[in-house]
Write a protein that binds this ligand. Structure first.
Ligand code: 0X9
Ligand code: ZN
Length: 306
């Protein structure tokens, strides 16, 4: 079991979900869905209410896209614990829905940032991308408007899009996951830092989707719940209008693939921005869960099982 007193390694997080699956064999399922460039195992944990019903709707959550954004995997670990431990309280969130969760999309980068103070602010993956520069921005590597605005063709840049769409095994794993759940996927949620923002499509252009009102309504449920719980005021809106244009990201990819709701949630800053001290983890992940639960509650009523 993992608490909120410190940050955990990728290995510890994988062990945590394996242990949960052993403890709750009818409700929690772990699957190895791929390997990172440095051959770390990428595992999803699927959380159900154990009723054995197949083909429920799906909420897909991931974290740890960007190596230095440690609060993201921490929030995902807390979310997993909440869903597993509080079955009664969260019965509505699991009745017609399964949750599929990938806690660390970029494990090589995440481990690299844990090595030393010098590497703490690494963002990208760790596959060499030219003679002198390492890594691709996994959130510019998706095959939807790949390498357009807000992505770089320079392998030395922090927003390098990669040599082609899905050049990075880690991004391809997420792309495949998105596809495998696209028909029943209702919400895709990718946790980053730092904001605080709840961002919806599009992020590749200034256009707003036709269903912007639905996206905004669900985001607003998270905004309201967090404001009431802690006073933190998230900014909600389209990625491009709130932040900047950035094409080839996973949120747009999932939305385009059929997820009705797709958000990048950027958790609040801490420390110098990307490095909240361990003493901040507890309140930050609890606040994040309040927002995610409120958004999921809106989603399960808006999109019932058909
Ligand atoms: O630039 C990003 O990838 C995200 N911000 S971060 O500071 N965590 O790197 C924002 C992505 C928003 N979504 C799209 N632009 N599609
Ligand atoms: Zn990020």
């Amino acid at each position: 079991r993992l608490g909120t007193e410190r940050y955990y390694s990728h290995g510890e997080i994988n062990q945590f979900i394996e242990d949960l699956a052993k403890e709750y064999p009818r409700r929690v399922f772990v699957k190895t869905v791929g390997k990172s460039y440095e051959k770390r195992l990428m595992k999803t944990v699927t959380i159900t209410n154990g009723d054995g019903r197949r083909n429920k709707n799906v909420i897909l959550v991931d974290g740890g896209f960007h190596a230095r954004e440690w609060i993201s995997p921490a929030a995902v670990v807390y979310l997993i614990s909440q869903l597993v431990d509080n079955l009664e309280e969260n019965a509505d969130l699991l009745k017609d829905y399964d949750w599929v969760i990938l806690p660390v999309v970029n494990p090589d980068g995440y481990e690299y940032t844990q090595l030393s103070a010098d590497t703490r602010m690494w963002r990208k993956t760790r596959k060499p991308s030219s003679d002198s520069c390492i890594g691709t921005d996994p959130n510019r590597n998706f095959d939807f408007h790949w390498n357009e605005e807000g992505a770089s063709e320079n392998p030395c840049d922090n927003t390098y899009a990669g040599s082609k769409a899905f050049s990075e095994p880690e991004a391809l794993v997420v792309g495949d996951l998105i596809h495998s759940y696209a028909d029943r996927g209702k919400m895709y949620l990718t946790l980053h830092s730092y904001g605080p923002y709840i961002l919806y499509p599009w992020g590749w252009s200034e256009d707003l989707p036709e269903t912007v009102d639905d996206l905004h309504e669900v985001a607003k449920a998270g905004y309201d719940a967090i404001l009431e719980a802690t006073g933190t005021e998230y900014v909600i809106g389209s990625s491009t209008l709130v932040l900047y244009v950035a094409a080839g990201a996973s949120d747009d990819y999932a939305f385009n693939a059929g997820f009705s709701i797709s958000f990048t949630m950027e958790l609040p800053p801490g420390g110098t921005g990307f490095d909240p001290p361990a003493s901040d983890i507890d309140h930050m992940v609890k606040e994040t869960w309040v927002g995610i639960a409120a958004m999921a509650r809106k989603v399960v009523t808006k999109y019932p099982l058909s």
